[in-house]
Design a protein around this ligand. Structure first.
Ligand code: ADP
Ligand code: MG
Length: 605
């Protein structure tokens, strides 16, 4: 058993980062910038307006940050969505006499609606097409402003847009700035809550190629639509404030560079960082405006900035600050959380293991037949090992059971239900969890967060409850954090719970993947070479871990080269060779078979 060092944070395990004593540098920088902005806004009306618009742009850019930064969906249309929101408020308030707040709600809804419609094809098409679609939308919106003259006022635009008022207070001048700042702060908090939850992790795993997300049972289409809806609503809302702050809107405000501007701000400010949009707006809007001479050369400055950043600060301003911060924080000890392995075993609940029945399964990759008529029965609650030389089809088999590869022929029954034809998300939701030969953790997240993400399909709290930290979301998060920590203890990694996953060697990343799979309470667990890269001591612990999983009741299928490990724990062994089953039986029977020995020595490719 590992030494036991219990710290106070054991009582209430903290979220990654939360245990650090120092506030993050980006947060300090942003707080300072906001203070400076508020102070500057008091000097004169020019600065006041500048800071108000900076706030509005920051709000808009935060919406794009969720879509482009976190979910990795690059859109050129964000400025056009702000434009649509602007005109919605202008038209509703001036032509129809609506108040600001209903108009703003309309703007947000219109932004949301357009964004979702634009996003629908992106669920199927490649990202190239999506970029083209967003460019076309931007051009179409610009053209419409002039063409729908009766509605938009054409070149003359719309004048006399009212300022917001609430309970008799009219938000003008500094009041409007403060209101925008307040909306920005609220949005920041909401984004923070979302990003630090299963929703944020799922968005990020979609950006990283979505395999991880689907293995966790995330409906990636729904989540992408959420990202479109959220960013569109925020763009529309920013548009409402833009209209109100300007008082007059004309098509001139929405040239093509207005659309690109937001992408610049997000990319150069630091994508997928909460502080990115604020830093981006400060550096690429406020600064050029203040240095009057720079203003004319803004596009050139963007170009040069882009080149310089791509070489020196590829993760943008916020990314650079965060890197520096990591080094600074690393010098101070993180929270020392060490739990004994036994603490982990206590969290393991018993489940009803799943029965697997495979018949005549085949898989072709072009001309290569990776699996050729495989039939296999795995008893509930047993440990079934799959061994065989490299390229014999072991990983392919796991990929087919978990739904990542469609079958070319044959049948896979899980507890009697046919799953051929189902995708990975739907199979994961039946209670199938897996790990990957090449670990697929989110490297920027802590081990604890990665394990927590495995509980995605179990979480009850809705996106709204998470966004506003309502009681159910908070309690669930705390309970799952505690469970995740105990599962990390079970795989011997609780002491590193708050470290970035990317810092671990691959062997240990696979252990984290086992903990991540276990928090999903799998009925069937598929492990792809879990022992690879582990030390002798860790191998013994892995054996114990598998015994614990068997006691849970979970059916375990493991692809493994380590013959001793297989021999000591497996109930049944199947040997694959060139996509066919070469032998099957107890470890003793299989490993004494001449054919198997031949496949491993003479026949290995
Ligand atoms: P193992 O895990 O037993 O080492 P794999 O299942 O990874 O073997 O591969 C079995 C065969 O299928 C190999 O010939 C491999 O090249 C081929 N293969 C696996 N995945 C793919 C893929 N995505 N595309 C094309 N060929 C593949
Ligand atoms: Mg493999």
């Amino acid at each position: 058993m590992k030494p036991l060092i219990v710290s106070t944070s054991l009582v209430s395990p903290q979220r990654a980062g939360a245990g650090f004593a120092l506030p993050s540098l980006s947060l300090v920088a942003c707080a300072l910038l906001v203070l400076v902005a508020a102070g500057t806004a008091l000097i004169n009306s020019y600065y006041l307006l500048l800071m108000t618009f900076a706030g509005i742009y920051m709000v808009a850019a935060m919406g794009l940050n969720l879509l482009a930064g976190y979910a990795g969906i690059v859109s050129i249309a964000h400025g056009a969505l702000v434009c649509v929101g602007t005109y919605a408020t202008a038209i509703a308030s001036v032509r129809y006499g609506w108040g600001f707040w209903p108009s703003a709600l309309l703007s947000a809804s219109v932004g949301l609606g357009f964004s979702v419609v634009l996003g629908l094809p992106a669920l199927r098409l490649s990202s190239w097409y999506f970029v083209l679609i967003t460019i076309a939308f931007t051009l179409a919106v610009t053209a419409m402003l002039n063409d729908l003259r009766g509605f938009t006022g054409g070149y003359g635009g719309i004048v006399g847009i009212p300022k917001p008022s609430l309970a008799g207070v009219r938000f003008d001048g500094f009041g409007l700035f403060a209101l925008v700042a307040g909306v920005g702060a609220l949005l920041w908090w909401v984004m923070h809550n979302l990003i630090d939850s299963r929703i944020g992790w799922a968005l990020q795993s979609i950006r990283e190629g979505d395999v991880r997300a689907r293995a966790n049972g995330v409906s990636t289409a729904r989540l992408r639509l959420f990202a479109f809806a959220f960013s569109g609503a925020v763009a529309g809302l920013a548009g409402a404030f833009y209209a109100s702050a300007k008082g007059v809107v004309t098509p001139e405000d929405f040239s093509f560079d207005f659309s690109i501007f937001f992408l610049f701000v997000v990319v150069l400010g630091g994508p997928a960082r909460l502080s990115g949009p604020l830093l981006g707006v400060a550096a690429f809007y406020v600064l050029p405006e203040l240095l009057d001479s720079l203003k004319e050369y803004r596009m050139i400055a963007y170009g040069v900035g882009l080149l310089a950043f791509s070489v020196f600060l590829p993760e943008g301003l916020a990314g650079a600050i965060a890197k520096f911060d990591d080094r600074r924080q690393a010098r101070r000890a993180g929270p020392a959380v060490t739990l004994p392995r036994d603490a982990g075993a206590a969290v393991v609940e018993s489940v009803q293991g799943m029965a697997l029945r495979i018949r005549d399964l085949a898989k072709d990759f072009g001309g290569v037949r990776a699996l050729d008529g495989v039939s296999l029965d795995v008893q509930p609650g047993s440990i079934h090992a799959i061994v065989g030389p490299n390229g014999s089809g072991k990983t392919t088999l796991l990929n087919m059971i978990s739904g990542f590869y469609p079958a070319s022929a044959g049948s896979i029954l899980l507890d009697g239900a046919e799953v051929v034809g189902r995708g990975p998300t739907s199979i994961a939701r039946l209670g199938v969890q897996r790990t990957f030969q090449t670990p697929k953790l989110l490297g920027e997240l802590s081990l604890l967060e990665n394990v927590r993400f495995g509980a995605y399909a179990r979480e009850q709290a809705s996106g709204l409850e998470i966004a506003f930290r309502l009681p159910r979301a908070r309690h669930e998060a705390a309970a799952l954090d505690a469970e995740a920590l105990r599962l990390l203890a079970l795989v011997g990694l609780a002491g590193r719970a708050h470290e970035h996953a990317a810092l671990l060697p691959h062997g240990q990343q696979r252990l984290v993947e086992i903990a991540r799979a276990l928090i999903g309470r799998p009925k069937l667990l598929l492990l792809d070479e879990p022992a690879a890269g582990l030390s002798m001591g860790e191998l013994d612990e892995l054996g114990d871990l598998m015994q614990t999983i068997r006691r849970m009741g979970t059916t375990l299928i493991m692809v493994e080269h380590h013959i001793e490990l297989v021999a000591s724990i497996a109930n049944t062994v199947t040997v694959l060779d060139q996509g066919r089953i070469l032998a099957e039986g107890t470890p003793d029977q299989v490993f004494s078979s001449a054919a198997v020995v031949h496949a491993y020595t003479g026949g290995a490719r």
